[in-house]
Design a binder for this molecule. Structure first.
Ligand SMILES: Nc1ncnc2c1ncn2[C@@H]1O[C@H](COP(=O)(O)OP(=O)(O)OP(=O)(O)O)[C@@H](O)[C@H]1O
Ligand code: SF4
Ligand SMILES: [Mg+2]
Length: 317
């Protein structure tokens, strides 16, 4: 399948203040990230809190300006263009409630999106909203309710309906199952799978729940402190992870079968304001050598479609 959206050496600086009197350096929340997402696939992005997943998503969407690198969408360079030309990419918010206006009935929120996208006829908007609410498994009468009258699972379905009404090609799902109990999670994942088939969607699936990523993603990129440290097919990455960080994440992940998990990752994720020298994972890595503190690893090929940025990936088997 051809690439539908891709990033090349993408970097994003946040929080910098530049002025005549005061200069405050920013942090590089996304640092030279290259990914290539193929049409129709579910591409996972995993990593601990603060590693830059949402920043990467916002930049691909054009809501955040990149400081370096290139973004391509359906073959066209859309870098530095803001949202213009990126209507085919839509985002399902990490916090489903935050995407819905608390003072507006669900139907009014959904209609507003359609109005902005040029559906002028009110009867057509109402018909599309009814159909879409039904498609995401909700009673169309829910259009009359306010967001606080919905459950977390229903809010997620409404959030999905809201963006599917805009007929996207690529949907960025930011932690789509966070905070849901297991049965609701399973229902949301089934719905996402059905919607992908029905509307021919491509998903960028952001999550720190590895068991979910393993189940739904075709390929996965693992991020650490703004960098992609390992990338490969989900099957290979979970069966034979090569980066010590990926291995530690997997060992610490809760098991579906309830079996004991390995030790939690040592230490806190380091701060973007003091990025470690050399390999940025070295203060937490059990395989680190003196070289790791001075030399930054570059991605190497560890197998077909499998890349890993670690000096010692051959030893991590
Ligand atoms: N406006 C800002 N100014 C400075 N730093 C910021 C700003 N916004 C975010 N950051 C920092 O950028 C980093 C990346 O944040 P981001 O929200 O992309 O992480 P994330 O991987 O989505 O985390 P989570 O899993 O918690 O959602 C974090 O360290 C965060 O503190
Ligand atoms: S480069 Fe060194 S510190 Fe970094 S992950 Fe590999 S072994 Fe660990
Ligand atoms: Mg986030």
């Amino acid at each position: 399948m051809p690439e539908i959206i891709g990033a090349e050496a993408l970097s994003v600086e946040l929080g910098a203040k530049r002025g005549l009197l005061k200069n405050r350096p920013g942090v590089t929340a996304v640092d030279g990230v290259s990914i290539s997402v193929n049409e129709g696939e579910t591409f996972g992005i995993v990593g601990e809190s603060g590693c830059g997943k949402t920043t990467l998503a916002r930049t691909l969407l054009g809501l955040q300006r990149e400081s370096a690198g290139r973004i391509t969408l359906q073959g066209a360079d859309v870098s530095r263009s803001g949202r213009v030309g990126r209507e085919a990419v839509q985002y399902v918010h990490q916090d489903p409630g935050a995407a819905l206006d608390p003072w507006w009935r669900v139907g009014a929120t959904l209609a507003e999106g359609l109005k902005i996208h040029g559906v002028a006829d009110s009867a057509e908007r109402q018909a599309r909203i009814r159909d879409m609410l039904a498609a995401v498994g909700l009673d169309p009468a829910l259009a009359e309710r306010y967001p606080h009258e919905l459950s977390g699972g229903q809010q997620r379905r409404v959030g999905l309906a809201r963006i599917l009404l805009l007929r996207p090609r690529v949907v960025i799902l930011d932690e789509p199952t966070a905070g849901l109990d297991l049965s609701v999670q399973a229902a949301v994942l089934r719905l996402l799978r059905d919607m992908r088939e029905k509307f021919g969607l491509t998903y960028l699936f952001i999550s720190h729940d590895l068991s979910v990523v393993r189940r739904v993603c075709d390929r996965v990129a693992v991020m650490y402190l703004g960098r992609v440290v390992e990338e490969g097919s989900a099957a290979e990455l979970f069966a034979a992870p090569r980066h010590p960080y990926t291995r530690a994440l997997l060992a610490a992940a809760p098991r579906l079968d309830g079996a004991e998990t390995g030790p939690a990752l040592p230490g806190d994720p380091p701060s973007l304001r003091a990025v470690p020298s050399g390999c940025r994972f070295h203060p937490r890595c059990g395989l680190a050598t003196p070289e790791c503190a001075t030399r930054d690893p570059v991605p190497e090929t560890a197998g077909p479609g499998h890349s890993v940025a670690c000096h010692r990936w051959r030893d991590a088997a």
